[in-house]
Design a binder for this molecule. Sequence first.
Ligand code: HDE
Length: 728
Amino acid sequence: MAAKKPSPKLGTEQAIDKKLAPQPDNDKTTSLAPHTADALGEKMTTNTGLPINDDQNSLKAGERGPSLLEDFIFREKMTHFDHERIPERVVHARGSGAHGVFKLYEPIPELTKAGFLNDAEIETPVFVRFSTVAGSRGSTDLARDVRGFAVRFYTQEGNFDLVGNNMPVFFIQDAIKFPDLVHAVKPEPDNEIPQAASAHDTFWDFISLTPESAHMVMWLMSDRAIPRSYRMMEGFGVHTFRFVNAEGVASFVKFIWKPLLGVHSVAWDEAQNISGKDPDFHRRDLWDAIESGAYPEYELCVQIVPEEDEFKYDFDLLDATKIIPEELVPVQRIGKMTLNRNPDNFFAETEQIAFHLGHVVPGIDFTNDPLLQGRLFSYTDTQLTRLGGPNFQEIPINRPVVPVHNNQRDGFMRQTINKGKTSYNPNSLSGNDPQQVKAAEGGFVSYLERIEARKMRAKSKSFFDHFSQARLFFNSQSEPEKNHLIDALTFELGKVKTVMVRERMLGILAQIDKGLAAQVAFGLGLHIPEALPVNQHVPADGDPADYQSIQVEGSLDRSEPLSMANTVKDSIKSRKIAILAADGVDDASLTTVKEALEAEEAVVEIIAPRLTITTAGGKIIPADHSFLTAASVLFDAVYVPGGTNSVATLEAEANAVHFLNEAFKHCKSIAAHADAMQVIDATYFSKKVQTDEGVIVGDDNAALADQFIAAIKLHRFWEREKPRLIPA
Ligand code: HDE
């Protein structure tokens, strides 16, 4: 496999001085190659190939004269520019993509006949797009929001798209409510405020009238909605899908991605600050990680429910507001996805990829989840407007790696030059080609599910338990996570102006957990209403009594995997560590810790008053940032080395002290050489906090580095938040 030419990717700060990692080709990226263009060393031409002599001046009547309509070069350039924009995605507009590969651990023929899940030797190319949901294309990465986690597998049987989210449930149970949900969460229609935020009246108005959203709202108000990185979040297919094996035996399946780096979040105050300091934070993090060779990795897991167990649980498998707790059905890790290559062109690849959960392969099929069924319509439909017509499957990023032949023809921007006279079937003029494919030879056959029913607009009673899994989620959180959730609800409802909406929401929260509702009510200065809000999702001729939530005694009180406190915490790989330094920094104190962190594959950046430092030993070294361009919220941890002059400068530098205060407030690891104690003494927390595991001071550089690394692995010291003493 040819390694990718590294030079054109010097796009971001971090990549500039770092060694660029190889970005391997796979079948899909090779298939993209003929469609790429590289202008390095080439002549400039018009779109018809005419060499351009002057790209600086339009054609005029004289030097100062009016421009001439004849100027076809100007017109071509301007017309193309005028039409550069396409509609952004109606949801998930803001996103970032990457290429990679999926490798299976062991074939699973007993579960599915899908080819890519039956050959552990092959590497299936993938393209992944991560996204936020509510914001526009240019909005911040750090919005409190669901994250999209859409994966396309370019398999030998065609494209399989697993279009998931980083939360395992959804707000609504029936796709017909999706436009309402999205209208409610998007900026309000009169003034288009607020951007990329759910903290406003219309969202909570809808949610407080939609008890089925209770479980999802718990996830959205949890720290899962503010991930530290796309590389540190889980992905969920959400719906129950169906696996079908070669014998035609089906089982229900839930898909889950588990990141090898664990699941981690930032603090809400931090998220809001990052939105100002670096709104591209997640996009940059993904790009930089891949450029530096810290390839994001996720294990694909499945939860399998045999068909005969369809009705075994106290929730309905077809209800997308429910999870299958891992304690009830364990996850099986079946393979690993590695993202190892950045796109060459954002628009051509990340923007133009058109996911659709109807892109399946033999061995993977749907269930009757009414949310899933509705999505099967929406995804191709939306591309007709977004990508301008029915030929979007011909855009290079959307083409499968296997040949496409059928009798679909023409339309705007058709690329394929179909030969021959026939574009219909059956035909005798072309020997009936292209031929249909027998099931035994890989032709897709829908699962032979037996259905006997009356046509009706209705919802199954088994979908009416709206609160027990919301409660399960809340109960499963650690103390700091519960506090964050309460804070998030108090923040969001505090931004709601209509008191009636706040109160109605307290009524919903009281159904989940009285203590939770009481704490939010306290923050809002309100009382919890006595009565549960009436479910408004009642058809015109329906009886509201038939649409009330029911309380089911769930079989579980807690589920460990629901808390991020129980995630993997064994590495500092790719974590960003700041070193605060100034002229006169002690050489050993700087380099010993820096090298120890780099040996663990952390990304270390020096922040100084100016962009060069002269060390105590007389070495001149570059700083990565000045205090003007760096902020603590962009780092996972911070270290202050010794050196008399450096320490004196930092102690008097308000930005350095603020950096440390803010890092402390956001519960990050802080290390300082004992000689730098003056800088720590200048902080707010040195006076307010007596002991803290995450603040490490020492005079043995190597030991200090070891303790610091151990602390960074823990991600955050959330217990620190309790006293709420630190302004920053
Ligand atoms: Fe989507 N969703 N969705 N969604 N969704 C779109 O398709 C829709 C839902 C998800 O990176 C749109 O191509 C309906 C659940 C992701 O390109 C649109 C319903 C889950 C992405 C659409 C849902 C998702 C989308 C907009 C309710 C998690 C971004 C642009 C029935 C399992 C994909 C587009 C990308 C995008 C419709 C609910 C995930 C309008 C009708 C549940 C990750 O077709």
